[in-house]
Structure formats: C-alpha cells, structure tokens
Design a protein around this ligand. Sequence first.
Ligand code: PLP
Length: 450
Amino acid sequence: MDRDTATATGADARRRLPRTDAVLADPRLVEAAGRLGRALVKSVVARALERARTGEIPPEAVADTAVATLPETAGGLRPVVNATGVLLHTNLGRAPLSRAAREAVAAACGPTDVELDLATGTRSRRGASAVAALVEAVPPAEAAHVVNNGAAALVLAATALAAGKEIVVGRGEMVEIGDGFRLPDLLVSTGARLREVGTTNRTSADDYAAVLGPDTGFVLKVHPSNFRITGFTRSASVAELARLGVPVVVDIGSGLLRPEPALPDEPDATGGLRAGASLVTASGDKLLGGPQCGLILGRADLVRRLSRHPLARALRVDKLTLAALEATVRGPAAPVRTMLHADPRRLWARAEHLAAELRGTDVDARAVDSEAAVGGGGAPGVTLPSAAVSLPAEYAPPLRRGTPAVLGRVENGRCLLDLRTVPEEQDAAVADAVRRVGKTASNGSDTGRG
Ligand SMILES: *Cc1c(COP(=O)(O)O)cnc(C)c1O
C-alpha cells in the first residue's frame, strides 16, 4: 500500500471512529461496568479505540474488541495454566490452593469470627482454629503461630529470641532464598549478631558447642532447600544440636508437617520437633500446598514469646490466609500432593490423547517424556518422571498471552506442556488454547508454524 492510500484510509477510519459514550452504551459493556467498575471498562474501550485509530481494527469492531479484551476480574492478577513442570513456581504464586481452601477463602470474605467466640460472644485469639489444626496435625508441637511468610517467621524468632544476642549458624547454611534476599542479611536486620561456625562443606556439633555462652540467643539450622552440597560433607543433626542446652530453631523451608514418602530427603515439622528442635519454621505455600504464610511450631513458652512480641502485630496474617491454611491442613489432599503422586503412566496417556486430538486439527503435536521438578525452594535436584505435549516453539508466546494464559517451557526448539503440573480437568482448556493458536498461525499471524 502506498503512502497516500495509507493516510487516506487512516483519516477515513478516524472520521468513522465511534464516540466513547456510544461504545460504553453497548449492553455488554454496561453489564461489565457493573461487575468490573466503569473506570476499568472505560480504559479497555480507550485501548480498543486507539487500535481503531491506528487502523489495526476497523471502527465498527471497537465494541466487540473491547468486550473480547475485558479482564475476567477487576483484580489484575490473571489465572495461568501451569504447564511448566515446576510444581511450586514462585513466579506463579507457588502452591495452587485446593478447592476446599478456595471455598474457605470465599466463605471468609465477609465478616467472620476470626477474633470472636460466637458461643460466648467474647473476644478470642485470632485464628485460633487454624492454629489448633496445625497443632493437631503435628503432635509434638505444643503450640503454633502463623505469620506472613517463612522469612517473617525467621525474623520474628530472631527478634524475640536473639536481638542483641548471637544466632549460631553453620557456614554451609547461609542461604540466599531468591530475588537477591539472603537469610543472613534478614537475620542481622533484627539486631541479632550471626555467629558462623564450621566450614562450607563440614560442620560438627562440636563447632557449635565451642561458641555457646551467655550471649547465645539460639542455634539455627537452615534446610538447604534450593541447592545441594555433595561430596566430602557433614552437618550436625537436629538431635545433636538439641543436646547443646540452648534453644534450637530449625527452618525446614518446605512446610511438610509429616514425612513425605515421595521426597525422603525433605525435613518435616513432626520429625524436627521429635528430634528435639525447640521451634520449627516453614512456609505455608510450598510442599504444604497452602496459602502464603509462615508457620512457627514448637515449645509453648517460646511460641508465646514470639506471638506476644510487638513485631508479631506487623507480621500477622489476614483472615483469608487463616481460612485457606486451615482448609489445607484439615481438608483433602492439596493439589501439590496430587501432582507429586501423579502416576507417570496416566500422565503419558493424557499427553498421547491430547497430542492425537491436536494432530487431528493440524497441530504439529506429539507426546514426549519429560522431567518435572518440585521447584520453589523444595527438594533441590529431585526430578519426577513426567509426560508433555510437544509443540513448535513458536506456540509458547501466544499461549502465554492467551486467556487463559498457558505457560509451558521451551526446550530444544520445542514448546513442552508438562502435564504433571496441569490438573486433569484443565486438559480440555489446554487443548482449546493450543487449537486457537494453531488457527491464528495458519491464518498467517506472527505465530508461524513449526
Ligand atoms: C522458602 C524458604 C524460606 C523463605 O520462605 P518464604 O515463605 O519465601 O518467605 C526460608 N528458608 C528456607 C529454608 C526456605 O526454603
């Protein structure tokens, strides 16, 4: 198209551009404004008008385009199908909640009895029933407290038990948890001093014993949850540390309450406390499979010191978190557990079925073996046999930008949709998303065909 025609078409389109008010009067957008808010719908309409102004869409398509690009909710966060094969993907909000937890959250959205005993009408401890669920699930725990995340649990322990004192920690356990955050920096920020003992690869109980004294706040043992040191290594067990006569805080990271047979090297809260830990800290949204929160379990006197410390108020969790946590602990298996225990033969059957179905609509799809991982600070180095639908790599960006967004991983020039992290009931939605991309691709958009 030459320059004059382009300008003429652009000017023509601009003349025929509908007014914002006229577009907003479309019944579908009136309904959406009631649901999502008028400001949000107006901004979606403005974007559609802009696309018409540049000639990307015809002027008469503005309302349809606006309707098609409305967000599902006013919340901003968009649901994603996790087909990465990483069970706990930090960028995708770690553990997906169980249906029981989602329902508990929905039920807690309005006014709730989070700090009220409805039987007596008197004030009660915040989140008492979630705490009771934790203590029941971890028999050696005398008490429990819930904070905003695993890092907050450590900060509260350090502040309440070791501010102005020393935290004794093995040199091989000074972990960076991700996004540049380092546990040593976090601990020192509380006013505690770190007393490092041992070496990167070897630390014994004697190394700890040698530095204990009146300045000791507690001994900290951190689970190396995102790396592995192998070879000539040694570390002191919780049982050995418990004999030193000072409080021992064990950061297990992943939040397993009991041993998980599929991950024999992952520490759990029950085991840690049975071995003699005074307190165990963990995240709620890793292998426990619940909402983001930090768990503190153990000796009643220490839990009380933490929960009554002024800082506890700044780290306290919302009623929605408490509802989701309790439903996760008391309710049916969390999705992360289902993913962990998925039968590879079943995953393969799903992958073959999906691939065959897609080939039927001219998509270059095949079932392939895959390796899934726990991720998100749990079980480093552990891989889980899995199966994936393999697509041309060009499918990855449009799948990611679609609704629902489908996130796979690109490996060796192919886009793999790993089914271990996809709930089986989402298979049909995944197939639909892939078919939509395939259709656009064969119509000659930017997606290309492999
Ligand atoms: C994940 C992790 C943390 C941090 O927990 P968040 O819930 O992300 O704050 C701390 N320590 C260990 C060992 C971890 O694995």
